[in-house]
Design a protein around this ligand. Structure first.
Ligand code: PYC
Length: 317
């Protein structure tokens, strides 16, 4: 009789086309420390679980994972650790909207209202509007550096801003690229080269943090939107959604440039045409982005990890 496979319960959803897989039971026990400590234990001792859940053959490069944990702050409905095919994320905007709808599907959110969620980078709030709509209020976001010029191999000089929206972004408006679905392969190569140039030149976020998300902006397809983007995530996947943390970084830059007022709506279109509605609230001088979007639950499943399976822990990158 073979050993029983390990069972991990998950709920999958997508937010504007970008998938999230929430581990609801059977995940690693990370203890009761801060979420930063628990994320470090996850990475050090249980990275094979991240790989098994996210990588092929069970997952894919585009999937973002979320592990639900007990929060340290009792005012929070849950704690959450985000991860993907490359590593662990500080925050994830589309993922938070997906987690909110997952909590609805689990019956842990039963009515419209505002709930708090603990992440390693701070507490975010989720406002459930009913149906599939959620607004998240992100952690304070800011522009770290303006008009940073870099020379990119095979491209030339590119100028962009470095900003924090829960992850580190390099935001580029002037790039000469067509933000079209048919151009995704080229956009992926273009943004990958920008990321390599930033690393080569030691251009980073605060305290030397790696800039692992690259964001290109262009005109929207639909007149009711303000902008369209293409976002390269850590690894080589692009965000199908307009990227919650990326839109937060954009809102912080717009506010810093005097191009967005408090409460004014910014509709950000993704490369596949899905939309987040963004705005900012100012709290003691800090920029607090608000992002509204919709998520849909697509599956509830039990992942089986059979130790005899040569790819039980996923196909390594
Ligand atoms: O929505 O913040 C986001 C996000 C980060 C990476 C993929 N999506």
């Amino acid at each position: 009789m073979p050993d029983q496979p390990r069972k991990i319960h998950v709920i999958d959803s997508h937010t504007g086309g970008e998938p999230t897989r929430v581990i609801t039971a059977g995940g690693p026990d990370l203890g009761r420390g801060s979420l930063i400590e628990r994320r470090a234990i996850f990475a050090e001792k249980f990275d094979d679980i991240r790989s098994a859940v996210i990588n092929e053959p069970r997952g894919s490069d585009v999937l973002v994972g979320a592990l639900l944990v007990e929060p340290t702050d009792p005012s929070c409905i849950a704690g959450v650790l985000f991860f993907n095919n490359a590593s662990y994320l500080g925050m994830c905007g589309h993922g938070t909207i997906g987690v909110a709808m997952t909590l609805v599907s689990m019956g842990r959110i039963q009515k419209p209202g505002t709930y708090r969620l603990e992440t390693p980078v701070g507490i975010v709030s989720i406002e459930y509007h009913g149906g599939n709509e959620v607004t998240i209020e992100n952690i304070p976001s800011y522009r770290h550096a303006k008009d940073v010029s870099i020379i990119v191999d095979g491209i030339g000089t590119i100028v962009g801003d470095v900003a924090w929206g829960g992850n580190w972004f390099f935001l580029v408006a002037d790039h000469g690229q067509e933000l079209e679905r048919s151009n995704i392969e080229k956009l992926t190569d273009f943004t990958r080269r920008i990321r390599q140039a930033l690393a080569r030149d030691g251009i980073s976020g605060k305290d030397g943090a790696e800039i692992d998300h690259i964001e290109l902006f262009g005109p929207p397809k639909l007149p009711e939107n303000q902008s369209r983007n293409f976002v390269l995530c850590p690894g080589l996947a692009y965000d199908r959604s307009p990227c919650g943390t990326g839109t937060s970084a954009k809102l912080a830059c717009l506010f810093a440039n005097g191009k967005l007022r408090e409460g004014e709506i910014w509709r950000q279109e993704s490369i596949i045409g899905s939309v987040f509605e963004g705005s900012v609230r100012i709290d003691e001088g800090r920029i607090i982005p608000r992002i509204k979007g919709s998520a849909y639950v697509t599956a509830e499943a039990i992942l089986l990890i059979d130790r005899d399976d040569p790819f039980a822990l996923g196909i390594p990158r």
